[in-house]
Design a protein around this ligand. Structure first.
Ligand SMILES: Cc1ncc(COP(=O)(O)O)c(C=O)c1O
Length: 395
């Protein structure tokens, strides 16, 4: 007999891993999303930096629909045209030479960790340690969680995976420590997204990259939140003047269709060979059609440049607001990955904005995280800023 009778009337059939707002979303278009009562919301979360081209972008929709009537799934034992085209496009637009596909950000980082370790083995290096940073977020599987620099997320999941050491982000002092550590690589976000929208200091990143080069450490960038135009360039590393060895991607790569990827230099990619790693669904025709259409659209329509301009406009407006509202302590970010630091609870602001039909996120206790679609309009930004002002003036 099914055990459904043992569920209480109130208990959700879905496990309790998210604190959900009491709203049910059913439809989206562009910067807007509608709930089941047909109420319309301005969505400045973009599905947490995933729907970077807004909801149901026409070009991607059409390409996925074409693929839907051709072939949904085909194992990686055969060649998949959209997978190979997407890999070529990512390579053409980045430092990299080869791509591995998976289904999410955490899987991309899991693959990244495995690749770095295998590369160390290939090179005959003793240490398999990977250096990451405090307040970072790299995902929820055990290795990605062990790489993550937030103890509260690791609580209850011991034993964690060995071989990670967390240094202080943006600390020149800790770079001196890095110079003395035996390790095989360094993994970092260039803007810590979940950790509080904290951009990496450019000089610090350049110094870090120099140490990586001198000490034969792989430079690995988690671009899962910062990639796909979000920060004003296709990849954030392009604004820092560095050349990574591995980059992990997901979120915006499929415009909302689940997909993750690793881009690696030729030398590093050689560490994987048949049997080293794999994924049944990774690189499947539907996901890579979504990815291919997304990257084509972003590159051909200079969406990253638009994000950079709109990001500056949004920050300018928020800084104007800051002059009148001392609750705002700081406005920071890169491109359209923007954080507003409040004296009090950011969640309170999110809830008040939700009541006004505007969706936003937090990043820690005090930071309101704003992630508009990269192709949002100035009018939509104005609407957002006006609503935020109304909320703050009513406090
Ligand atoms: C920087 C970063 N890395 C990894 C992840 C994990 O990605 P996913 O939730 O797709 O597994 C996230 C998700 O928020 C992220 O922001």
């Amino acid at each position: 007999m099914s055990n459904h009778l043992t569920l209480s009337v109130e208990q959700s059939p879905v496990m309790n891993t998210y604190t959900r707002f009491p709203v049910t979303m059913v439809k989206g278009k562009g910067s807007f999303i509608w709930d089941e009562k047909e109420d319309k919301y301005l969505d400045f979360t973009s599905g947490i930096a995933t729907c970077n081209l807004g909801h149901v972008p026409g070009y991607v929709h059409d390409k996925v629909q074409e693929q839907l009537s051709l072939l949904w799934h085909c194992s990686n034992l055969y060649h998949i045209p959209s997978q190979e085209k997407l890999a070529k496009l990512l390579i053409y637009n980045s430092f990299g030479d080869q791509v591995f596909f998976c289904n999410s950000g955490t899987e991309a980082n899991e693959a990244l960790i495995k690749l770095a370790r295998k590369h160390a083995e290939m090179r005959g290096k003793d240490s398999r340690k990977i250096i990451t940073f405090k307040h970072s977020f790299h995902g929820r599987t055990l290795a990605a969680l062990s790489a993550t620099g937030q103890e509260k997320l690791q609580q209850g999941f011991a034993p964690l995976v060995e071989g990670f050491q967390h240094l202080e982000f943006n600390s020149f002092e800790d770079l001196k420590v890095l110079e003395t550590i035996e390790a095989c690589g360094v993994l970092l976000e260039l803007v810590q997204g979940e950790g509080g929208v904290i951009p990496a200091n450019k000089e610090w990143v350049l110094k870090l990259a120099e140490i990586c080069k001198q000490n034969d450490l792989l430079l690995m960038i988690d671009e899962i939140q910062t990639g796909m135009g979000r920060t004003g360039s296709l990849f954030a590393y392009q604004q820092y003047g560095i050349i990574p060895d591995i980059v992990s991607l997901a979120k915006g790569l499929g415009s909302g269709f689940p997909i993750g990827a690793l881009i690696a230099s030729n030398e590093v990619a050689q560490a994987f060979n048949p049997g080293s790693h794999g994924s049944t669904f990774g690189g499947n025709p539907l996901a890579t059609s979504a990815g291919l259409a997304t990257v084509q659209y972003i590159v051909e329509n200079q969406i990253a440049q638009d994000a950079q301009k709109l990001g500056s406009y949004l920050v300018e407006k928020l800084e104007e607001l800051q002059k009148d509202y001392p609750q705002i302590k700081e406005v920071r970010g890169l491109g359209l990955l923007v954080g507003v630091v409040f004296e009090g609870s950011a969640l309170d602001v999110v809830k008040k904005l939700l009541a006004e039909k505007v969706l936003t996120l937090t990043a820690g206790e005090h930071v309101l995280r704003i992630l508009p679609p990269l192709n949002a309009s100035k009018d939509e930004v104005d609407l957002f800023v006006k609503t935020l002002e109304n909320v703050l003036s009513g406090e």
